[in-house]
Design a protein around this ligand. Structure first.
Ligand SMILES: Cc1cc2nc3c(=O)[nH]c(=O)nc-3n(C[C@H](O)[C@H](O)[C@H](O)COP(=O)(O)O)c2cc1C
Length: 201
């Protein structure tokens, strides 16, 4: 039996099977408005207790862009330079300040989160990584290509871009419109098949 997916093969290819982690992009700007539109779609992805801990710091100015690249590991810098838009997905360690919106305004839950900063940070970290996954798929759905980067100095990034805020960097993204021809991601490496990854009990 073949599965009848609710989205067509072209969409599945654009989101998963053909999409790559590009390092090469078209020479075309990514308007901030597109990032807003992607956010307003991916914010609906489910999270623990409906928290929304991810924030996006978009390096728009040449100064912010240079600081972002400088905080990256040496081996990532050249790849990042090629991306028209650089963006840091950060966790907001004070995500519970928006609890009126996301938490149904439960005063007792807010109070518990306020008094347990370590638990809050763990929740923010986990939720941000989950939302970062939604973000990758959302950017692809907007026709963009994206390469995520974990290889950067988080303390240096926070100091350069996020100082004075409750945001802490988690994942860096190089984003752009796909170029004709080479995506720059090289040979695609393998994935684990369902037979090995799914256990029926
Ligand atoms: C959390 C995360 C961290 C990553 N860190 C780096 C990195 O520091 N440098 C890099 O070149 N690629 C990095 N990547 C890109 C992965 O190597 C790439 O997405 C993966 O190999 C799949 O490639 P494909 O989408 O082209 O198949 C990272 C990806 C993720 C999701």
């Amino acid at each position: 039996m073949s599965t009848s997916f609710s989205v067509d093969a072209r969409t599945r290819a654009a989101l998963f099977t053909e999409a790559r982690s590009n390092t090469r992009f078209a020479d075309r700007e990514v308007p901030l408005e597109v990032i807003h539109d992607v956010w307003d779609m991916i914010k609906w992805g489910p999270t623990g207790n409906n928290t929304v801990p991810m924030r996006l710091a978009v390096a728009r100015t040449p100064e912010a862009r240079a600081a972002t690249i400088a905080a990256a590991l040496e081996g990532n810098r050249h790849k990042l330079e090629q991306a028209p838009l650089l963006m840091v997905a950060a966790r907001d360690d004070r995500f519970h300040d928006t609890f009126e919106v996301t938490g149904g305004g439960s005063a007792s839950t807010y109070e518990r989160l306020e008094t347990e900063p370590e638990r809050r940070e763990r929740m923010a970290h986990t939720g941000t990584l989950l939302q970062a996954g939604y973000l990758i798929i959302g950017l692809r759905a907007a026709g963009l290509a994206v390469r995520p980067y974990g290889g950067f100095d988080k303390a240096a990034m926070d100091e350069a871009l996020l100082s004075g805020t409750s945001w802490r960097s988690e994942v860096l993204f190089g984003v752009g419109w796909p170029a004709e021809g080479d995506h720059g991601a090289g040979e695609r490496r393998g994935r684990i098949a369902a037979e090995a990854a799914v256990m029926a009990l």
